[in-house]
Design a protein around this ligand. Structure first.
Ligand SMILES: CC(C)(COP(=O)(O)OP(=O)(O)OC[C@H]1O[C@@H](n2cnc3c(N)ncnc32)[C@H](O)[C@@H]1OP(=O)(O)O)[C@@H](O)C(=O)NCCC(=O)NCCS
Length: 177
């Protein structure tokens, strides 16, 4: 069973969501319409909340977690993912906020308090240290990350196309029952 209760809070799924049965989604997690969760993802909304926007996809082996509220940090660090976001294979997203139309490359690590603005491409294997802000329209790569260059038109278009591709793919999976 992919969905589990924590402190009486059960994950909520919008219309048309796909969750692979090998993934584990716990507690205060909301998936908006047409979001998809692929094999072996762990999304643990226990000490704070996780939100995943419309048409966003979280690919195989990724780990999503959050940081608890404390006197020093009253909101803690929830994990907020916007619309049309692609999270590639084996990413680690911890207590960060992602806008819309973002691609997080395979194996990237994004740490607490990071804010990624809309329309950003994060290369495979990038480490984004705590509390950084990634500016809209740029490619970031490296460990620690470097702001590499502005995105070109085809890369910008691909951010949205990647989400469309995954909506189509999850629809195929859903139609097989
Ligand atoms: C970063 C990326 C977009 C390529 O960008 P690019 O500017 O076209 O890069 P190029 O292939 O022209 O390479 C330019 C340089 O960056 C390096 N580079 C490429 N990808 C890199 C990465 N992820 N991290 C660090 N350096 C990278 C190349 O080795 C090259 O270095 P060099 O100039 O010393 O030879 C691509 O490599 C990438 O990481 N895509 C993510 C794919 C992914 O994970 N998709 C999700 C899975 S579905």
């Amino acid at each position: 069973m992919a969905l589990r209760t924590y402190h009486s809070i059960y994950p909520q799924l919008g219309a048309g969501c796909y969750v692979d049965e090998s993934s584990i989604i716990v507690g205060d997690v909301i998936l908006e319409d047409d979001a998809s969760i692929w094999p072996l993802v762990a999304a643990r909304g226990d000490v704070n909340k996780i939100r995943i926007g419309q048409r966003s996809n979280v690919q195989d082996g990724s780990v999503l977690h959050v940081t608890r509220k404390s006197p020093q940090n009253p909101d803690g660090f929830p994990l907020i993912i916007g619309d049309d976001v692609t999270v590639g294979h084996k990413c680690m997203l911890h207590g960060c906020t992602l806008g819309n139309r973002i691609l997080v490359g395979m194996g990237a690590i994004i740490m607490d308090g990071v804010v990624v603005e809309d329309d950003v491409f994060i290369g495979a294997g990038t480490l984004v240290p705590p509390n950084k802000r990634l500016e809209s329209g740029y490619l970031y790569v490296g460990n620690p990350m470097q702001k590499k260059r502005p995105l070109n038109a085809s890369e910008r278009a691909f951010l949205k196309q990647s989400a469309v591709n995954y909506v189509n793919l999850k629809n195929e999976y859903l139609s097989q029952g």
